[in-house]
Design a protein around this ligand. Structure first.
Ligand SMILES: NC(=O)c1ccc[n+]([C@@H]2O[C@H](COP(=O)([O-])OP(=O)(O)OC[C@H]3O[C@@H](n4cnc5c(N)ncnc54)[C@H](OP(=O)(O)O)[C@@H]3O)[C@@H](O)[C@H]2O)c1
Length: 317
């Protein structure tokens, strides 16, 4: 199954579903990216920070070389990491990602967070002081954004967006520059982001839903966390009605509330299962039931960044 295309606010089309590739120990980026592209996926989400752009790019290029797909059939999202927020580093960072990916252009380039980290000589991804605290920079994300706008003019990227931005930060960007096409944020039944979705929709910004499964392995390790919807008996029952799994119910819910989910899986059965959500529809009543999982709990709270002036989760949305 392939996902429908949606039009971004700059006219570019993006598949409404993608593969997440955040590098967990078991994840083989090359193998699973290639498998996904061979099985209907047309949208891959990577990041400089994940240190897997090279294998993701190799999979993309090999699938193109095999004749199965053309470059324009595939949508590649990657992200500007926090150490590259200084304006003079933005183009360099983008070119590094292109070099890693071995692609001529990036479809969507996101600012990974509004928070900058100190750029060090050996480009440590997580620069820390002797006490183990992050060493931040106080670069204004607006200055970073201005440089990202130039990447579009240079033809290095087709579209630019943000990730982990709150509504005030988006407003500030829009008052001083162009409108991001996407805000990629955590979004799952436990944190359904209804207010941020509404806010972004009114501005023609698409919410891309990361950690859509609420990282079920976290709950398996710590039962004090809210139980992810995919482990709920009633969600299983809803799925059975449509001959679907709980995972598919969760992803369909996220699609129906207007987001673009990007689940990560390194299991071939689940990879195929996850994208097979475009042939059924949850009823209003089932959607309401799914809304009931929203506790507002964050699986990815960026706690180590709480002291930064641009920490994004201090306000409601
Ligand atoms: N912008 C950001 O700051 C940011 C932050 C976090 C994540 N992301 C992006 O979002 C992507 C997805 O988020 P995530 O990796 O954090 O978490 P996630 O997709 O919510 O969870 C991934 C976990 O769910 C399991 N899973 C996948 N499909 C399943 C299914 N149908 N049934 C049961 N379990 C299933 C996977 O196991 P198996 O592999 O065994 O299937 C894996 O352990 C990332 O990979 C990354 O690309 C972005």
């Amino acid at each position: 199954m392939t996902a429908p295309l949606i039009k971004l606010n700059n006219g570019i089309q993006m598949p409404a579903f993608g593969l997440g590739t955040y590098l967990s120990t078991e994840f083989d980026g090359y193998k699973y990216t290639k498998f996904c592209l061979e099985n209907g996926y047309r949208h891959i989400d990577t990041a400089y920070f994940y240190e897997n752009e090279d294998v993701v790019g190799k999979a993309v290029n090999d699938v193109i070389a095999s004749g199965l797909l053309k470059r324009e059939d595939i949508f590649v999202t990657t992200k500007l990491w926090n150490i590259f927020h200084e304006p003079e580093l933005v183009e360099k960072a983008c070119r590094k990602s292109l070099e890693n990916l071995k692609l001529d252009y990036i479809d969507l380039y996101l600012m990974h967070t509004p928070i900058g980290y100190k750029y060090t000589e050996n480009e440590e991804l997580l620069p820390k002081d002797a006490d183990g605290n992050f060493i931040f920079s106080d670069v204004d994300y607006l200055d970073t954004w201005k440089e990202m706008e130039k990447l579009v003019e240079l033809g290095l990227v087709k579209a630019i967006g943000v990730s982990n931005f709150n509504s005030e930060q988006i407003t500030r960007i829009m008052e001083n520059g162009s409108t991001p096409v996407v805000n990629q944020v955590e979004c799952n039944p436990t944190l359904n982001q209804k207010k941020l979705i509404e806010f972004c929709k009114a501005r023609d910004i698409v919410i891309m839903a990361y950690s859509p499964m609420t990282r079920p392995h976290y709950y398996e390790k710590d039962k004090s966390l809210p139980k992810p919807a995919i482990l709920d008996e009633k969600v299983k029952e809803i799925g059975q009605k449509y001959n679907k799994t709980p995972g598919q119910v969760v992803l369909r819910y996220l699609y129906q509330i207007g987001t673009v989910p990007i689940p990560k899986s390194s299991n071939e059965t689940r990879i195929v299962e996850n994208i097979s959500i475009f042939d059924f529809e949850l009823s209003d009543e089932e959607m309401k039931f799914m809304d009931g999982f929203n506790t507002g709990h964050r699986t990815v709270p960026f706690n180590a960044c709480k002291s930064h002036k641009y920490y994004m989760f201090n306000i409601e949305f």
